[in-house]
Design a protein around this ligand. Structure first.
Ligand SMILES: [Mg+2]
Length: 383
């Protein structure tokens, strides 16, 4: 089989309302952007991947740095192509969508979902509702009940306010209202923020430790990104002394960074993402290092419906994941908004699990009408 064409398109997908995510303080999101990548082959199979985008950077980068080198090559040779994908990532950012699309081709050629080619560890995965916004205690309790009634048995809350005591009150309020019906995680999003953010409060080691102790008493499962991404000394100190697991690594990149984080003891739970961190098969190598050190590897998944599916295939293949981050914060970030470019929205079962799609490849079908509707055209000159 040979690659015959590589096609990249920027999609601007409307949300179902304004979203104020904690990872972009002061910014209101009305849309989500993604670079949709389609790799066509002479066998008539097309592989699909997607990368996070803020504009046309992915489309231009694929055109300039990747397409010409991939055409005529064997899509199965992912270990050869990863060198090209990595070198392009240095110039243009998140190029891991190329590996995603190649594995979609390989799964489709084999007639199997990718996770079954990689060990098929789990056919169902427990999902947690991953919120994007902070909320006041009363609203948080109301929303937690609603999520519980929808079937979720775990919720990840966001912290971003300057007064952490106020945020701990949110967790206390949910715990006292719902008791042990629901598992809770907390994401402080301190590792970094998106460009264009307004002013925001940054934690230090002592705040992170105080919050970790308070959350332990409230039965929270993990504290995520409590410190800046490369504050490795304090991350290691916190992980060593924290009474509850510390999670992070969602935007760390490359095997070498995951090796460093694990060797330095920076997190109990590593959270590399197949859209942001590395190619999805490469991410399994980072997960194997984590496994050898007795650590969990629970991928981050907040990008778009396609990134979520790719990470789900990785998770379902791993013995040391066990959770699926289910990006969900209605009324803005709904299943419909997240999966608007797909024909088969991913939902949870009534008991809070996600059944891994059994369609070959990454387990989804692109909606060609939606691609036309949300695709933005650009003319790229040959230079
Ligand atoms: Mg996170």
């Amino acid at each position: 089989m040979k690659i015959t064409a590589v096609e990249a398109t920027l999609l601007k997908v409307p949300l179902d309302g304004p979203l104020r995510p904690t990872w972009n303080p002061g910014v209101v999101h009305q849309h989500t952007y993604l670079t949709l990548l389609q790799i066509h082959t002479d066998a008539g199979i097309t592989g699909v991947g997607a990368g996070p985008a803020t504009g046309f950077e992915g489309v231009v980068g694929v055109h300039h740095f990747l397409a010409g080198s991939l055409i005529g090559k064997d899509p199965f040779a992912t270990e050869r192509h990863i060198k090209l994908i990595r070198s392009a990532s240095v110039r243009i950012g998140w190029t891991w969508m190329v590996e995603m699309a190649l594995w979609d081709i390989i799964g489709k050629a084999a007639g199997l979902p990718v996770y079954k080619l990689w060990g098929g560890y789990a056919d169902r995965v427990k999902a947690y509702a991953s919120l994007a916004e902070t909320r006041a205690p009363e609203k948080a309790v109301e929303d937690a009940w609603r999520l519980y009634e929808e079937g979720f048995r775990a919720i990840k809350l966001r912290f971003r306010e300057p007064d952490v005591r106020q945020e701990i009150r949110v967790v206390e309020a949910i715990r006292s209202a719902l008791g042990d019906r629901i598992d809770l995680m907390v994401d402080a999003n301190q590792a970094e923020v998106m460009p264009g953010s307004g002013d925001y409060f940054v934690w230090d080691y002592f705040i992170a430790m105080d919050v970790a102790r308070a959350l332990k008493d409230l039965g929270v499962l993990w504290l995520e990104e409590p410190l800046p991404r490369y504050d490795l000394d304090n991350l290691a100190r916190l992980t060593e002394r924290s009474p509850l697991p510390i999670a992070g690594g969602e935007l760390n990149r490359g095997l070498h960074e995951f090796k460093l984080l694990i060797e330095r003891g920076c997190y109990h739970i590593l959270q590399g993402d197949a859209a942001f961190s590395e190619g999805m098969f490469q991410l399994r190598k980072a997960a194997a290092i984590a496994e050898a050190f007795g650590r969990q590897f629970i991928p981050h998944t907040w990008s778009n419906g396609i990134g979520l599916r790719a990470n789900l295939q990785v998770i379902a293949s791993l013995p040391n994941a066990g959770w699926l981050e289910f990006p969900y914060d209605p009324p803005a970030w709904t299943v419909q908004a997240r999966d608007r470019m797909l024909l088969d929205p991913l939902t949870i079962d009534p008991d809070g699990y996600v059944t891994v799609p059994q369609k070959p490849g990454l387990g989804f079908e692109l909606d060609p009408d939606a691609v036309k509707r949300y695709g933005l055209a650009i003319h790229i000159p040959n230079i």
